[in-house]
Design a protein around this ligand. Structure first.
Ligand code: SAM
Length: 280
C-alpha cells in the first residue's frame, strides 16, 4: 500500500491510542488510506471548499480529505478517545484541520465553515439517516452545503436513489431527489471496515440544485409524502384522506389517480399534489 501521507498507518494509530471500536457509537473504521482517498475524490475538487466531516474516528477519511487537498476540514467527533490521534493529523496539516468534540446532532455546523461547503462522512449508521434528513430540509433553499458525499448501509443508499415503481422508493427518495441529484458512487463489502459490519455499504454523492425540480412548499410536500408512504400499500385516496376532506378532487386536480399507490407516483406528482393541498 503506497502512503498518502507521512503519518503512521491507521492500525498503529488505533493500537497507540487504544481505540477499540464501540458499537454504541457506530464505530466501523476504514483503515485503507487509498480507499479513504478514493472516497474523498468522489466529492470532486476539494481545494476551494471547507469540508464538514462527521465522525472522523481515528482519522482515515480525514487524512484522505487533507491529502486530496481540502482547503480546510472541520471534523465533529463525539468520542473523546479519538482526539489525540486527530491532533496528530492537525499538526501534520497546519491550519487546515479543526476538531470539535461534540455530538453532530447538537452542533450549528454551518457557522464553523466558510462557503463553499461540502459534507463528506463515513457516518455512524445510527444517526446517518437523521443527519441526512436534516441536511435535506434546511430553513431555506439552496442549503449551506453544495454537495454531500456520505457512506450508508447499501439498503439506505438504494432508498436515497430509488426511482418510482419499486419497494425502495419512498420518502427518502422524494426528499432527496426533489432538489438534488443523487447517485451511488461506490459500494463496499463488510471486509472494508474494522470491525466488519453485518451489511454492505455504499457511498452516495448528492449535489444541491439551485432551485427545486418542481414547485412546492417544502413543509406541505413533506406532510403529503409522509402520509402517502405511511400506508404505502393503500390507495392514495385512503392513505391521504386525513390531509383534506375533498382529497379525491385534489388528487384528480393534481393529475393523479385516487386509486394509485404512493410508490407509483413520481416526484412531479407529489409536488403537484402539495400545490393542490396548499390551495385554500
Ligand atoms: N470516519 C471514520 C472512518 O471512516 O474510519 C470513522 C467512521 S465510524 C463509522 C463513525 C464515527 O462517528 C465514529 O468515530 C463515532 O465515534 C462517531 N460518532 C458517532 N456518533 C456521533 C455523533 N452523534 N456525533 C459525532 N460523531 C459521532
Amino acid at each position: 500500500m503506497s502512503a498518502i501521507d507521512d503519518l503512521p498507518p491507521l492500525r498503529d494509530v488505533i493500537a497507540t491510542h487504544g481505540l477499540s471500536a464501540r458499537k454504541s457509537l457506530g464505530q466501523n473504521f476504514l483503515l485503507d488510506l487509498n480507499l479513504t482517498a478514493k472516497i474523498a475524490r468522489v466529492a470532486g475538487d476539494l481545494t476551494h471548499s471547507d469540508i464538514l466531516e462527521v465522525g472522523p474516528g481515528p482519522g482515515g477519511l480525514t487524512r484522505g480529505l487533507l491529502a486530496e487537498g481540502a482547503r480546510r476540514v472541520v471534523a465533529i467527533e463525539k468520542d473523546a478517545r479519538c482526539l489525540p490521534a486527530l491532533a496528530e493529523i492537525a499538526a501534520a496539516y497546519p491550519g487546515r484541520l479543526d476538531v470539535l468534540n461534540e455530538d453532530a446532532l447538537q452542533v450549528d455546523w454551518a457557522a464553523a465553515l466558510s462557503a463553499p461547503r461540502k459534507i463528506v462522512a463515513n457516518l455512524p449508521y445510527n444517526v446517518g439517516t437523521e443527519l441526512l434528513v436534516r441536511w435535506l430540509t434546511p430553513p431555506s433553499w439552496p442549503p449551506p452545503w453544495e454537495s454531500l458525499t456520505l457512506m450508508f448501509q447499501r439498503e439506505v443508499a438504494e432508498r436515497i436513489v430509488a426511482q418510482p415503481g419499486g419497494k425502495a422508493y419512498g420518502r427518502l427518495a422524494v426528499l432527496t431527489q426533489w432538489r438534488s441529484t443523487a447517485r451511488i458512487a461506490m459500494t463496499l463489502p463488510p471486509e472494508a471496515f474494522t470491525p466488519p459490519p453485518k451489511v454492505h455499504s455504499a457511498v452516495v454523492h448528492l449535489e444541491a440544485l439551485a432551485v427545486p425540480k418542481f414547485e412546492a412548499d417544502a413543509d406541505t410536500l413533506s406532510r403529503v409524502v409522509k402520509a402517502a408512504f405511511a400506508q404505502r400499500r393503500k390507495m392514495l385516496r385512503a392513505g391521504l384522506k386525513g390531509l383534506a376532506p375533498d382529497i379525491e378532487d385534489r388528487l384528480l386536480a393534481a393529475g393523479l389517480k385516487p386509486t394509485e399507490r404512493a410508490e407509483q407516483v413520481p416526484i412531479e406528482g407529489f409536488c403537484a399534489l402539495a400545490r393542490e393541498i396548499a390551495r385554500p
